[in-house]
Design a protein around this ligand. Structure first.
Ligand code: NAP
Length: 322
C-alpha cells in the first residue's frame, strides 16, 4: 500500500525524519534557517497528506483550499496564529500544536529578558566593549529592582504561570489579568486577579503572555502605555502583534515607560534599522523563547507524533480546537 506523504517545511534532524519515514514518504525543505518559499509550499500542499510546519509558514485559507489529500497540519509551536484553523476545520483537516512542553523554557527566557531590561545588562556590555567603563560612579548604570516589585502578567496561561512562579522566587507581588480567573495561579502562587487598568497603572513590570488573536491585536496600544508607571518595564514574549510598536517606540522615547524587553516583533526578522533598536532602553532578542536544545527536540518529536497520529486516523494528543 502506498505510504502517505508528509511535507516538512524546514530541515529536521535525521532522527525526526526517520521516525516519520517508518510510516510515510517524506519530502522536506532542506534548509534549517530559511523558511520554505510560498510557491514551493503551495505546490507541496496540493498532494501532501500531512504538513509539518513552523511559525514562519503562513498557512492561510487560500493555501488550505489547494490541498487535496491533507489530513493534518502539525506546527512545531504552541502559538498557531499563522494557520487558518477555521478554514482547516471546514475541510476536516486536523491542526495540532505543542503546548506545555515549551512553557518552562519560554518562561526562563521571559524572566531573563525582564532581568536584562531591569538591570540594563545589554547596556553594560556595550559600555565594556566600547571601552567606556571609567571610574566607579554612584549612579552609573543604575537600574530597577526586581525583588519585591510588582509583576503584572496579561495572559496567565501555561507560560504566564511559569513566569509568575519565577517571580515568587524574587518575592515579587504578582497580579494578573485574563478573560477568566485562574484559580490554580491564585492558590498556588498567590497571584491576584485585577482589571486591566489596575494592572497597567500599578505594575513595575508589565508582561504580555496571551496568544495573538483578533482580540489581542494591538491590545497594548498608546492608551495602555499612557496608563503605565513611567518607571515600568514592558516585557513581550507572546507575539509582536499584541503591541502597537509605534506606540511602544513613543512611550520609550518620551519616558512614559522606563524600558522594554522584547523577544517578538510584528515583522520578523526585525530589520536592524528599525527605530525600536536605536533606543538604549530596548533589550531585543530574535524570537528565541523556546530555543533550548532540549525543548526544541521535544517540540520536533511531538510535532512528528501528531503527524503520525493524524495519518492513522487518530486525534493528535494536542489538537487545536476552535
Ligand atoms: P495559554 O496557556 O493558552 O495561555 C494564554 C493565556 O492568555 C490564557 O490564560 C488566556 O486566558 C489568556 N488570554 C487569551 N486571550 C486573552 C485576552 N484577550 N485578554 C487577556 N488574556 C487573554 O498559552 P501559553 O502556552 O501560555 O502560550 C501563550 C502564547 O505565548 C502563545 O500563544 C504564543 O503566541 C506565545 N509563545 C511565544 C514563545 C516565544 O518564543 N517567544 C514561545 C511559546 C509561546 P483567558 O482565556 O481566560 O483569557
Amino acid at each position: 500500500m502506498k505510504k502517505p506523504y508528509v511535507y516538512l517545511t524546514r530541515q529536521m534532524p535525521p532522527a525526526i525524519v526517520e521516525k516519520l519515514e517508518a510510516e510515510c514518504e517524506v519530502g522536506m525543505w532542506e534548509k534549517e534557517e530559511q523558511p520554505v518559499p510560498k510557491e514551493i509550499l503551495e505546490k507541496e500542499i496540493q498532494t501532501a497528506d500531512a504538513v509539518f510546519c513552523t511559525i514562519s509558514d503562513p498557512i492561510d485559507k487560500e493555501l488550505i483550499n489547494k490541498a487535496e489529500n491533507l489530513k493534518i497540519i502539525s506546527t512545531m509551536a504552541v502559538g498557531f496564529n499563522n494557520i487558518d484553523v477555521e478554514a482547516a476545520s471546514k475541510r476536516n483537516i486536523q491542526v495540532a500544536h505543542t503546548p506545555g512542553v515549551l512553557s518552562e523554557t519560554t518562561a526562563d527566557l521571559t524572566f531573563a529578558l525582564l532581568m536584562a531590561a531591569a538591570r540594563r545588562i545589554p547596556e553594560g556590555m556595550e559600555v565594556i566593549k566600547n571601552n567606556e567603563w571609567g571610574a566607579w560612579a554612584p549612579f552609573f548604570l543604575t537600574g530597577q529592582d526586581i525583588h519585591h516589585a510588582r509583576l503584572g502578567i496579561i495572559g496567565m496561561g501555561r507560560i504566564g504561570e511559569a513566569v509568575a512562579k519565577r517571580g515568587t522566587g524574587f518575592d515579587m507581588d504578582i497580579v494578573y489579568h485574563n478573560r477568566s480567573r485562574k484559580s490554580e495561579a491564585e492558590n498556588e502562587i498567590g497571584a491576584r486577579y485585577v482589571e486591566m487598568d489596575e494592572l497597567l497603572e500599578t505594575s513595575d513590570f508589565v508582561c504580555v503572555m496571551t496568544p495573538y488573536t483578533k482580540e489581542t491585536h494591538h491590545m497594548i496600544n498608546r492608551e495602555a502605555f499612557q496608563k503605565m508607571k513611567n518607571t515600568a518595564i514592558f516585557i513581550n514574549s507572546s507575539r509582536g502583534g499584541t503591541v502597537n510598536e509605534d506606540a511602544l517606540y513613543d512611550a520609550l522615547k518620551n519616558g512614559d515607560i522606563r524600558g522594554a524587553g522584547l523577544d517578538v516583533f510584528e515583522n520578523e526578522p526585525i530589520s536592524a534599522d528599525h527605530p525600536l533598536l536605536s533606543l538604549p532602553n530596548v533589550t531585543a532578542l530574535p524570537h528565541i523563547g523556546s530555543a533550548s536544545e532540549n525543548t526544541r527536540w521535544k517540540m520536533a518529536d511531538m510535532t512528528a507524533n501528531h503527524i503520525l497520529q493524524g495519518l492513522r486516523g487518530e486525534e493528535p494528543d494536542h489538537p487545536v480546537t476552535l
